[in-house]
Design a protein around this ligand. Sequence first.
Ligand SMILES: [Zn+2]
Length: 364
Amino acid sequence: MISIITILFIAFSSNSIIINSTNTSQADNNNNNNNNNNFTMSCNISIIACLNDIPHPEKKEDHKIQTDLILEQVSSTRLKEYIDTLSSFHTRHTKSHHIEKAANWLKSEFENICKGIVFFHNYTQSDQNQTFHLKNIICSKQGLASSSQSNYNNNNNTIVIGAHYDSRSKNINNTDARAPGADDNASGVSALLELSRILSHLNLKYNLQFVLFSGEEQGQWGSKNYSRYLNNSNLNSTIDLYINLDMVGYSSPNESNKVILEYDVGNKYLQNDEYSKTIALFIKQTASSYTNLEAILSKLGNSDFIPFEALGHAVIGIHDGGSENNPHYHKSSDTPDTLNIKYLTSITKMVLATILELDKLSHY
Ligand SMILES: [Zn+2]
């Protein structure tokens, strides 16, 4: 069931973005009403800025300074260290014994840096007459909107940020081959760890979930199982947005400031498409306000956002051009020295600024 946005009103004015939205049932009920009614009604729902909430120019400037200060906390040194450690596992192939060690390292790292509830989501996956006992790793941070003293009563208030931590070599059945997976996807994991370190210590309205998946290379095993778990535990309806980081550290020599923002067109649900595109445009604008990145919009490819989209959620994929851009894709040469840490730092800042801006606009 779709719990989130299907009708959008978007306006770009100077540096302001206004997003207006409502959910499916209300949209259906209000089809005959005029837009103004929809607009007013939906100001209580989801990621919204109402017309009368456009910040004062001075306030906007203050806000930008605050955001810039938080962005300065992103550490290139840490990002590089995370990538070096993850790439030092011989492989992170999901069917190898190394995957368990990588999962344990990631959980202890979350426990060190992420102020939230850290846990394994254990799942069992059968494949080719074999059974695999695997782990996703989560740090879950509650927002102000969900706290008991809150005056807010809306349920749609979680942003999930995901990245897969498994790797593979060219031959996916070769579980012993060296597969450092620096770009694919130690880069996404390191950005996610750094985001969790900074965001989990801030007072935000949104709940945030930082999720690291195994089994992506085998067909999104981890994200399929985790989204199913959310669905079964009634947590599904609280998700406002899923952001996926898969390959965010490799930049072509002549296009070192390009980043791809994948948005949803079609796939399983049509109702979440417009919201996905609006968020992509919002991120593009955030990228130009806060970083040197030039964001290019593209349709969803194939990664861990697919299971979330299939449950009706709005999803965004962020990557560096991925398999088409990186000549080391799924090779033993996908090593840390081929990455551009400055570029990875910019992408991490872009996602950080996006979440801070969305949190500021939200009416929870
Ligand atoms: Zn990947």
